[in-house]
Ligand binder design. Structure first.
Ligand SMILES: [Zn+2]
Length: 355
């Protein structure tokens, strides 16, 4: 077992094994001096996009890039050496040619002052005589003024400067900014790639259950492995089964949902529902040793009769869209009431006809 933990995962850990294609694309562009001025790195939370951007910034400034074998590809990736003077400054977070913009503590938005710093950074010349890289984390949180200022900067690019916008919710960025950026998508990894990575880090532990619980997002799975989230999830899953069978009331399990966090609970819920839907139609229970899911499957018997199976699957699918809507409501910037949203979802769940 290695000593890697969530806290020791950093930019030097990226590119992760599931990011080889994106890395190869950018590094090829960089070597050929054909890198775009602005990229939008998008995909779900927990896939390591931010660390990818940090790591690429260091690579772009590295004086002696080195080769690293890409996982599951017969190719070598060129990555930062980690030891040259630029890498050392980059690693310490104080290279003048790398600008990191992120949400300031206590703030809900990225503000115009922060983007002004970016505009100055773009026009001034490079300290080390090479490229400059700016990274905007959570770019969907730009407020309106900041977005306008950024748009102006993106409209007047500087050849040597590359701007990376990182976002879990790219749809919330204004279209004019999106259209100025090359999109670089990060899909969830293949199960075997994610499992191999996680297994190497945590050694012991049920890797498949962790990936299941995290919707195949490896960095979230790692967080789950280190906390008691997996146990809390199993407890919640048991709770919603008990609601369904009448052993517990909705009010009894609301405190647990609130303790785990409503967003996380709904994310688990929607993952269960897609599996349950599949099970209702095919009888295939994808649980991979996850006892929580076994309880869930016992709530319904896959119908031998096709029409009946389709009816159950349809009501599950309809409910799934309700859960997804609730997740969007929770994530929206208007003030949602998590407890009310949770209560409504659980109520609908309790009424759902599964047989
Ligand atoms: Zn280096």
């Amino acid at each position: 077992m290695t000593e890697t933990t969530v806290s020791s995962i950093n930019a030097a850990s990226a590119p992760f094994p599931w990011q080889g294609a994106q890395w190869a694309q950018l590094s090829r562009g960089f070597t050929a001096k054909k890198l775009a001025h602005a990229y939008l790195l998008c995909g779900s939370e927990g896939l390591g996009k931010s660390l990818f951007a940090d790591s690429f910034a260091r690579y772009a400034l590295c004086l002696n890039p080195i080769a690293q074998s890409a996982v599951n590809a017969n190719t070598q990736l060129s990555v930062a050496c980690g030891s040259c003077s630029n890498c050392l400054k980059g690693g310490a977070g104080n290279h003048p040619d790398i600008l990191a913009i992120e949400l300031e503590e206590g703030s809900k938005n990225i503000k115009i002052d922060q983007i002004r710093r970016l505009s100055e950074f773009v026009i001034r010349s490079s300290h080390s005589g090479g490229a400059k890289v700016a990274i905007i984390q959570d770019a969907h949180l730009l407020n309106a003024n900041a977005a306008n200022a950024l748009l102006k900067t993106l409209e007047e690019p500087n050849d040597d400067t590359h701007v990376f916008l990182v976002s879990d919710h790219p749809g919330r960025l204004v279209a004019t900014i999106r259209s100025r950026c090359q999109k670089l998508a990060f899909p969830v990894p293949r199960a075997d790639i994610a499992a191999a990575w996680l297994q190497e880090i945590i050694g012991e532990g049920n890797v498949n259950a962790l990936l299941e619980a995290s919707d195949m997002r490896p960095l979230i799975a790692l967080q789950l492995a280190e906390g008691d989230s997996l146990a809390a999830r199993a407890q919640f899953l048991q709770g919603i089964c008990d609601v369904k069978t009448g052993k517990k009331s909705i009010q009894q399990i609301l405190p647990l949902a609130s303790k785990i966090g409503e967003s996380e609970v709904l994310q688990h819920f929607s993952a269960f529902l897609s599996k349950l839907t599949k099970y209702s139609l095919t009888g295939i229970a994808e649980n991979e040793g996850d006892p929580g899911l076994e309880n869930m499957y016992s709530l319904l018997v896959p119908a031998k009769e096709k029409l009946l199976a389709q009816a159950v699957a349809k009501s599950l699918a309809l409910f799934y869209t309700e859960v997804e809507t609730a997740r969007k409501q929770l994530a929206s910037s208007t003030n949602p009431n998590p407890q009310l949203i949770m209560e409504s979802i659980l109520w609908q769940w309790s009424k759902l006809n599964l047989r």
